[in-house]
Design a protein around this ligand. Structure first.
Ligand code: ADP
Length: 391
């Protein structure tokens, strides 16, 4: 039996799954939250039983050590020799990685170099990879890049209309993110529909949100850009805005570039418009009670997603299926209904009953585009890519 860790480390969190492969069975899963703060929260689920603990503030490296010790003590791991690989979600692979990569000193060097493009993520990913190398020295690590799936974009889609020297000197171009999720959806949708060579629009709608145009399991265009701030409106991120707003505010409010970026990442989007929350569940609740701010937030969110889908309909020259995934895509019937209502001109028709009950296929019989709700599974995708590279 082969056991593979799928690791997803963020700036203050570390999510993990231990999977038995190739059966795709989850042995253990959990999360460390508030890493680097006074108390770190640790949650571990094994065989349906969840244990939660509060730990005195720890680092990412200490979290890895604690995780391995805990799994060992609980005899979840059995022998460490059962662990055959560790797959890491890595934020930025730049133009260097079109696929996942077995971690070598050279791969580590490039991930470090790319910290310039992902300063709050790549350094954390490096720390966590190095921790696993230290604690499990004989186990190979694999880097699964969030950007890799979008390396198939054509220059007309990845270049910005800016002086070329910025692209040449700093690599300023569209990279796109959520690649692991969009790739999983590309394969899963073809499997579910039992068809190949499809044109799919994948809508990953979570706290972060991005849309991806896919042809024959390759990314053609995607809404996030040079950073994950671009594209559609998100929980607390603005998505695309007029770029001239930034220097205007910097001058008027004497804001630093850090203050501006923090505002665009953490105080904008659904949170800013609803003046309530970045969590769609709370906004939906307020909307149901007649809140006009919640209605405005929902409409703006829906519009931007629908416009992007329409744009990708043009890029793909027609669409076979639109897929909704991630927290909002998988769970919010009202958001799916409102998006699809805006797409009637494309021949999209929703089966409202199927939508209300979040069935897999939610299109009406007369819809010219199929509509699917598919749970994304980035951890499984990471484990599959890891298994492939270590075998
Ligand atoms: P992240 O990008 O943090 O991984 P998720 O994919 O977990 O985000 O999605 C989080 C979003 O999904 C939140 O806005 C949350 O409100 C929304 N969400 C989760 N469950 C539901 C639900 N049952 N109905 C509506 N929205 C939901």
């Amino acid at each position: 039996m082969s056991q593979i860790f799928a690791i997803n480390a963020g700036s203050s969190s570390l999510k993990f799954q231990l999977l038995a492969m190739p059966e795709e069975r989850i042995i253990a899963k959990g999360i460390f939250e508030r890493i680097g703060e006074e108390d770190t929260l640790f949650s571990l689920t094994v065989e349906g039983q969840t244990v939660k603990e509060s730990l005195p503030g720890i680092t990412h490296k200490q979290a890895v050590s604690y995780l391995l010790d805990t799994l060992h003590q609980k005899e979840v791991l059995g022998s460490l020799e059962n662990i055959t690989g560790v797959g890491h979600r890595v934020a930025h692979g730049g133009v260097h990685f079109k696929q996942s990569a077995l971690v070598t000193p050279e791969v580590l060097r490039i991930i470090e170099e790319l910290s310039l493009l992902a300063p709050s993520h790549n350094p954390i990913n490096l720390q966590v990879i190095k921790a696993f190398q230290e604690f499990l020295p004989s186990v190979p690590n694999v880097a699964v890049f969030d950007t890799a799936f979008h390396q198939t974009l054509a220059p007309e889609h990845y270049l910005y209309p800016l002086p070329k020297r910025y692209y040449e000197q700093y690599g300023i171009r569209k990279y796109g993110f959520h690649g692991t999720s969009h790739k999983y959806i590309a394969y899963k949708a073809e499997e579910v529909l039992a068809q190949e060579n499809l044109r799919i629009i994948s809508c990953h709608l979570g706290n972060g949100a991005s849309i991806c145009a896919i042809r024959n399991k390759e990314s053609v265009n995607t809404s996030m850009g040079f950073t994950p701030l671009a594209g559609v409106m998100m929980g607390s991120r603005s998505g695309d805005i007029d770029p001239a707003i930034i220097p205007f505010l910097m001058e008027q409010e004497e804001m630093s570039s850090k203050a501006i970026i923090d505002m665009l990442n953490k105080e904008s989007g659904l949170l800013a418009v609803s003046e309530l929350s970045n969590d769609l569940r709370e906004i939906q609740f307020a909307y149901a009670r007649g809140s006009s701010k919640a209605a405005l937030a929902i409409n703006m969110f829906v519009n931007r997603i629908a416009y992007t889908i329409a744009q990708y309909h043009l890029d793909l020259g027609g669409v076979d299926a639109i897929v909704f995934t991630a927290g909002i895509g998988e769970n919010s019937a009202i958001i799916r209904q409102k998006i699809t209502e805006k797409l009637v001109a494309l021949g999209v028709h929703l089966n409202k009953e199927a939508n209300e009950t979040s069935q897999i296929c939610i299109h009406a019989l007369n819809s010219s585009i199929k509509l699917l709700v598919l749970p994304t599974n980035e951890e499984l995708m990471i484990a599959l890519e890891t298994l492939e590279l270590i075998s």
